[in-house]
Design a protein around this ligand. Sequence first.
Ligand SMILES: [Zn+2]
Ligand SMILES: [Zn+2]
Length: 395
Amino acid sequence: MATTQNKDYYATLGVKKTATPEEIRKAFRKAARKYHPDVNPGDKKSEEKFKEISEANDILSDEKKRKVYDQLGFYSDQIDPAQAEAYARQQSAGGQPPVDFGGFDFNGFGGSAAGPQAGAGSSTWGNFKDIFSGIFSGAHEAQRSSGPQPGADLEYQATVDFWTAIRGGQARLLIHRQEICPTCHGQAQTGGPMQCPECNGTGQVTQMGGRMKFNIPCPRCNGTGRVSNDCPTCHGEGTVNRTETVEFRIKPGTRDGQRIRLQGKGNAGLHGGAAGDLFVIVRTGTHPVFTRTGDDIHLTVPVTIAEASLGAKVDVPTIEGRAQLKIPPGTQSGQKLRMRERGVESASHPGQRGDQIVSIEVIVPHLQDERSREIMRELAKLNNQDPRVTLFDKL
Ligand SMILES: [Zn+2]
Ligand SMILES: [Zn+2]
């Protein structure tokens, strides 16, 4: 057991605080005879009581442990008797000199706290942990590196319209980035150090640990009583947040999802560190007729029954205007025809172009007059193949 709760061990053993070791020994023997489990088999209350007096005896019969207990009101393996004494001296003197926790085993402390044994002294334990986490975060803050720190990269998405992505052009983007502070030029401080406002220059602050008061080195100034004079513009950050419009070039053939790197347009670095980069992920806009997949353009072209069955040359739109498409005789609805090199010029492979892929959609006419219906019936008689025959063959 590493720590005990705040218990009155003297009351447990029924002795005075001034009891001699001999008196304590006798009191324990007497109580132990009364509550020993062998004497009271199966009696839970006696068993508990026996544990309590054993614990009290363990602390009070040990000169060092008793000293810590007398001074702090509880006992922990982690506390050095000398420190407990220093704490007691400070309390009785009424002054508030700092307790030196230099000899503390922080690792053991935290490790045990997380372990199954933490339960017994959890309240005291928690308070201690709070104090130490406070010290740690403070110290961490003070040890903040003053060497060059590179600025962070930024990533933004920018949507450019369909045609700009294909033909190239300029794009604009509103970004938020950290820039070198114009007041302190990134130094974060103006002038020399000043008195620490947290501890008013004393270098110490008081923290509560359960019912105890501890004086610890001020986490803000790390116990020095002086802090740097933070720049009023950037509050000691060295950088300020700025909203900025950046303009950048879109290469012809830029694809959806492409990343553009704008060097040095990320956050500013600290203490002379290089600025980060800005990465723009390009999202390309859509078009009502053309659909783009990589460097290929897809579109659907409606044709008549006559064009599909007899074959025809029809005008279709491409990204560079009209072009002629040859519909072979017997073309089916849904069939895809490829128009080579009618797609987008590649951004990554100069001189290469994608294709235009045309999906044929056969439009069935609504026959309005008897003559047309007669011709259609005639046509059906002449071409009486069953288009569903293969469907049944596969069943
Ligand atoms: Zn500044
Ligand atoms: Zn301070």
